[in-house]
Design a protein around this ligand. Sequence first.
Ligand code: PLP
Length: 377
Amino acid sequence: MIYLDNAATTAVYPQVVDAIKEVYEDVYFNPSSTYGGGIKVKKIIASSREFLAEELGVSSKEIYFTSCATESNNWALNQCLRSKKGNLIISAGEHACVFETAKYLKERGVDVRVARLKSDGTVNMEHLLSLIDDSTYMASVIHVSNETGAVNPIAEIAKAVREKNPSVLIHSDGVQAFMKTDCAPKRFGVDLYSVSGHKIHAPKGIGLLYASSRVNIKPLIHGGGQENGMRSGTENVGGIVALAKACEIFKERKQQYLNLNIRNLAISLLKEKLGDDVSVFSPDNAGEFILAFSVSGIKAEIIQTMCFDCGVAIGRGSACASRHSGNRVLSEMGFSKREIDGALRLSFCPDTTKEDVKLGVNILCECVEKLRGHKIG
Ligand code: PLP
């Protein structure tokens, strides 16, 4: 299988599987147990937390492990319920888990305002700033778009927002950014930042939320006081260890991937084979791991199924949203229904090779050819 859908999820690294196995077979103790085994596991969690905090350039006290980024994003945005008078600003480019949480908050009386996108998929800063006022409580802007790979200039956004209202909390969904682009929430002036394990070769079921001490975050789950009393429940030790291990390996392999210029290779192969029939949705300066495009007159759903049956997994829009028709983010960027119906997404990982891309694009083009009933190129 040629797997080119890494923005949906990734294969767990074998070394990560080994690390998890060790946890479950050798150090399966409850981290809250006060005897040697428990103390050892507590230390393992602490060192994973320390490693991840260092990676993000934050204090380990500001890292809270969660079950996924959906949970992290819900937790972050739900802080708005503490300040019903304050408004919440989100960008129109948010993932469903931010968008739907904002909808939920709106139903509960929070004044939710949505900042428009520019045609390159980044947030329209002027519009965003025009929505900020004295009662703005939080602004949430995705770091790297899961749809197009467009990178929002988070540091610039945080600075401009704060110039207008210094008390605004800034949240950013960092799921498609973490390990893939410069991620330093504290340096960027971001107060809340969400990360997911399964996008970087850790298993599903582990994520984290960075919350700066400025946030004064309120507990998500009450109970035994784990995660500094903020998210009770016996820790997902395997997941936590896996997240740190995956992060370590991703970091080692990232540069070799970047040197291959995989995203550009995919663009030039698609253009070479399909010519003007291919429309690229991702902006030129998008992140290196996502390429969104469509092939004129071809329905994404059909080509995706055909490709998978030929051994190539490709995405279309976000995996969560692809069950629904249409695409909120691409239509906000100004693409037509016809283009959106054909929206495909290739997404890569540090192990993606040039061969994967060449073969993957070849098979994709053969499928297009079969659908059209004539030879391309
Ligand atoms: N945010 C973005 C940008 C994503 O791409 C995803 C997953 O596709 C999520 C949030 C949700 O992450 P999780 O699956 O960890 O809940």
